[in-house]
Design a binder for this molecule. Structure first.
Ligand code: MGD
Ligand code: MGD
Ligand code: SF4
Ligand code: MO
Length: 869
């Protein structure tokens, strides 16, 4: 059997992969996004496709049901709510991880048939500020550039983007371009030092939300130094004078940067014609997110550095189909094909194309407002598809209560247990990646096919089909009767001809007559794709904006005046780690991805840690106005004083108290409605546990103790735990935590020092190990994980340390080849003095390369030892 060409289901880079049942996936050398490269998550896809934990039959309450019964129930509940309380009493909350075909029919059902615009998506948490900024500046939600620009640029500016961990293949492309052209420069603008800083010639540790002040400063300087492209501005841009005057009135020092830093930045940016400014969630997820976007766009418009080779602003999308969702109108304030709800001509045109009975006429509820409406009791039926809001929304515990308050909740997911699914009245089992078929659009507007290479498990259904089945059962048989996903795609492509009718950017009507065979074989294609016109490429080099007069608009945006964080509190910044995807429902299944960072943590500056009286590996309790969490302390100079960072990924399935979003405030950008997920004031105190523990088991453990974090291992799972009261019976405690009831127990117990060690063996083979102490347990984690399933003597296992002939590899750095930090340290001590040499000696970094920034950092650290802190 040959490999199937398909597209990675994770980030918005949209890498082409070659997949085959039962084999590791490979990068597709022909795909223009990655040319064969993959990152650690992409490389591990094969390990996440088993059926363990999958939802394999519809569930109504606690029982399995037939599809007919479940679909009828969903349709009846939505119909009844609409009949009794009107169309705005129901809502869909969908996802940038739906395929375009799924997204299109969901939007059609809600906006054109139910007649409400209450369909919003997790892209509200992700791209809404960029969408709003683009529309304000360009008149349309257009990403002007292409990936090649990143390689052709002479200066690449990363703003609020940890590209090394979040768009790793783009980062690898940039790193390769920089290696080939050492004169290329990279600037990283981020309050924290990240793995992306390793490639940067300049890291600007901006104050949180200092971006508008910084880019206003740049605009003022562009004007002051005569660097304006007056021809371009005169021909194609409105609002220049007002924007510049406003910028000149601003104070760039509000960015938190010194004059020297500001000047270095201005010199580099202004002095380099080919500059690309890449931005992501450090820009979007802010109360001033849309203004940050426009502050950046202003600088590119003023210099005319847009839409030409190697230059332009570049908003990188997060999810695999974040861009596709924007195209089909998945957000509550837009119509399909980049048309506007507020525009009656647009509405009429879409309604007549859909031949639909009704059409929403005003914008619907945006994510935060949508869940507020649920909390108020205004929403009577809610359908969540392919997203996990109980984890990923700010004020997550409030969102949990809001969902509980909705009389009828349906959730479509591939997994049986998620924090949101646990709240559902009906669970609908979706076919997952590798099983379903459709298209996704990546950050550079390139549409690629996701193709099936595995049979969909019995009992599952593709998302678009589930939605259409409900549409039919609500009474619209013809409108939702499609022969297959190609049929949905053709209708959507035909509708997009309205883009040209109304002078919009988005038009793929060149594909409206595509045959089923050609759709199956469709090569990656970049839009626009108008009939008889050149396909793909860049926008706006010669103007041609989408405001009525064809001009772009520079906006006078001001640096926000947010209240400063009180002295006794910290600004909580949140984001991603390299090897996990969002709420971990898939990447959490892979043992090697789970070993890079196995536990929820909070990064704290050493001086703050000292002031708080906490040490590395302690647990702390974080408290905000919304709630509390408990996390492991990681003392690090990478964060600024007064600010802490915690990852977003951990869920109630894996941790009892380490989720971050119960803390995060639901403040939103007034323009885009996007939540400010990177700026919540929290107080921090040491969590004084009575005891701490570490356990490994052949079973999947449950997060049951006051602090617990479970991670997958090759032989089962591992758990970090802490409790209040010291157990009196350590054997019972060990059995309860590890879930192992049988076998023989060996134990070492020292009540005086509060330590206890328990080994459980079955026929001489280790099934569980449990270590407890009155301080954070100091045992070699990777070594202990490796003992499960071996017949090493219980006495040696209880020692918790590797003997000389069995070195402890240490925390995983390279997850592809499972190389630990101790192995790397030894190799460096033995003379491996470059990333390539480390690869030769240990294999680290030689597969996907996602860990190369960390290898470089380790080399730098060991070459220039820092004084002990
Ligand atoms: N490994 C991995 N990759 C992913 C994902 C994943 O879950 N895991 N998710 C995907 C998705 S959906 C998305 S949206 C992208 C997100 O990709 P990114 O936006 O790159 O990721 P984040 O870690 O959320 O945030 C980026 C950076 O913003 C910084 N930041 C915080 N506040 C500010 C500020 O005020 N100004 C500036 N300049 N910077 C600030 C943070 O310190 C952080 O390093 O990643 C995608 N790729
Ligand atoms: N604090 C904080 N919170 C954040 C962020 C942050 O930076 N900080 N970032 C925000 C951003 S940018 C994003 S994009 C969100 C992401 O947050 P979510 O969208 O909530 O996270 P996912 O884990 O990707 O959720 C996808 C769900 O869909 C399921 N699924 C997978 N494949 C399929 C399928 O084919 N069909 C169906 N029906 N279901 C499927 C998965 O099992 C999973 O439960 O988080 C946001 N939340
Ligand atoms: S960079 Fe990694 S996660 Fe993103 S699409 Fe490519 S392989 Fe997938
Ligand atoms: Mo995202």
């Amino acid at each position: 059997m040959t490999c199937t060409k398909t597209t990675c289901p994770y980030c918005g880079v949209g890498c082409g992969v070659l997949a085959k049942a039962g084999e590791p996936v490979k990068g597709d050398v022909d795909h223009p996004a990655n040319f064969g490269r993959l990152c650690s998550k992409g490389s591990a896809l094969g390990e996440t496709l088993d059926h363990e934990g999958r939802l394999l039959a519809p569930q109504i309450g606690d029982r399995s049901a037939s599809w007919d019964e479940a679909l009828d129930l969903v349709a009846d509940k939505f119909r009844a709510a609409v009949d009794e309380h009107g169309p705005d009493s129901v809502a869909f909350y969908v996802s940038g991880q739906l395929l375009t075909e799924d997204y299109y029919v969901a939007n059609k059902l809600m906006k054109g048939y139910i007649g409400s615009a209450n369909i919003d998506t997790n892209s509200r948490l992700c791209m809404a500020s960029s969408v709003a900024g683009h529309k304000r500046a360009f008149g349309s939600d257009t990403v002007p550039g292409t990936y090649e620009d990143l390689e052709q640029a002479d200066l690449l500016v990363l703003v609020g983007s940890n590209l090394a961990w979040c768009h790793p293949v783009l980062f690898q492309r940039v790193a390769a371009a920089k290696a080939a052209r050492p004169e290329m420069r990279v600037i990283n603008i981020d309050p924290r030092v990240t793995s992306s800083s390793d490639l940067a010639d300049l890291h600007l540790a901006i104050k949180g939300d200092g971006d508008t002040a910084l880019f206003n400063g740049l605009l003022a300087e562009i004007a002051a130094r005569g660097a304006v492209n007056t021809d371009y501005v005169e021909a194609h841009v409105n609002g220049f004078d007002v924007a510049v005057a406003n910028a000149q009135a601003g104070d760039a020092s509000a960015s938190g940067l010194t004059d020297a830093e500001l000047n270095e930045f201005y010199d580099m940016w202004i002095g380099t014609e080919k500059v690309v400014t890449i931005y992501s969630q450090g820009v979007n997820q802010s109360e001033g997110g849309a203004d940050k976007v426009n502050a950046i766009l202003n600088c590119h418009l003023a210099t005319g550095r847009i839409g030409r080779e190697g230059m332009g602003p570049f908003s990188v999308t997060g999810q695999p189909n974040a861009m596709g969702g924007r195209e089909v109108g998945g957000l509550a304030n837009m119509l399909a094909c980049h048309l506007d709800i507020e525009n009656a001509d647009h509405r009429d045109a879409v309604q007549s194309a859909w031949n639909s009975p009704t059409m929403c006429s005003t914008a619907g509820l945006k994510a935060v407002d949508l869940f507020d409406a649920c909390a108020r009791g205004d929403i009577k039926a809610l359908w969540v598809m392919s997203t996990n809001p109980a984890v990923s929304m700010p004020h997550a515990d409030g969102v949990v209560n809001a969902i509980k308050n909705v009389p009828f909740v349906a959730v479509s997911d591939i997994m049986a247990r998620t924090d949101t699914g646990d709240l559902a009245d009906v669970l609908l089992p979706a076919a997952g990646w590798g099983e379903k078929s459709g298209t996704v659009t990546n950050s550079e507007r390139r549409m690629s096919r996701q193709r099936p290479f595995l049979p969909a498990p019995e009992g599952t259904m593709a998302d678009w089909k589930i939605i259409c089945e409900v549409g039919k059962r609500m009474g619209w048989s013809d409108a939702f009767d499609y022969a297959g996903e190609a049929d949905v795609f053709r209708e959507y492509a035909a509708l997009s001809a309205l883009g040209t009718t109304f002078n919009r950017d988005f038009d793929i009507s060149g594909l409206k007559d595509i045959s089923d065979e050609d759709y199956d074989a469709m090569a990656p294609v970049q839009w626009p794709m108008k009939p008889n016109a050149e396909t793909g490429g860049r926008f706006f080099a010669d103007g041609g904006f989408y405001h009525a007069d064809g001009k772009a608009k520079m906006l006078a945006v001001s640096a926000p005046e947010f209240a400063a964080t009180p002295d006794d509190m910290f600004r909580l910044n949140t984001g991603r780690i390299r090897d996990q995807w969002h709420t971990m429902s898939r990447t959490g299944k892979s043992a090697r991805l789970s070993q890079h960072l196995a536990e929820p943590y909070v990064e704290i500056h050493p001086e703050d840690a000292l002031a708080l009286g906490v040490h590395a590996a302690d647990l702390v309790r974080l408290t905000s106005d919304q709630g509390t969490s408990i996390m492991r302390v990681l003392v690090s100079k990478k964060v600024q004083r007064g600010s802490v960072f915690a990852p977003m990924h951990w869920t109630g399935q894996l941790t009892s108290s380490g989720r971050v979003n119960p803390l995060v405030a639901p403040n939103t950008d007034p323009v885009s409605g996007q939540p400010a997920l990177k700026a919540t004031n929290v107080s921090i105190e040491r969590f004084n546990a009575g005891w701490y523990g570490f356990a490994v088991s052949t079973k999947q453990m449950e997060p049951t103790r006051p602090y617990a974090a479970i991670a997958r291992t090759n032989t089962g799972s591992q758990a970090e735990i802490a409790g209040y009261k010291i157990p009196t019976d350590w054997e019972a405690e060990a059995r309860s935590v590890t879930g192992i009831t049988g076998g023989d127990v060996s134990m070492m117990n020292d009540p005086a020092s509060g330590t206890a060690r328990v080994a459980i063996t079955e026929n001489g083979v280790i099934t569980a190990l449990f270590y407890a102490a009155s301080t954070p347990v100091a045992v070699a984690r990777q070594h202990i994980v490796g003992l499960v399933g071996t017949d090493i003597s219980a006495g040696i296992a209880l020692a918790g340390r590797a003997s000389a002939d069995m070195p402890d590899p240490g925390a995983t750095v390279c997850s592809c080849l499972n190389v630990g930090v101790n192995t790397l340290r030894t190799a460096i001590a033995d003379g491996a003095n470059s990333v390539d040499k480390l690869g030769e000696c240990t294999g680290a970094g030689t597969n996907c390369g996602s860990c190369k920034p960390e290898l470089a950092a380790l080399l730098a650290e060991l070459k220039t030892p820092v004084a002990a802190e």
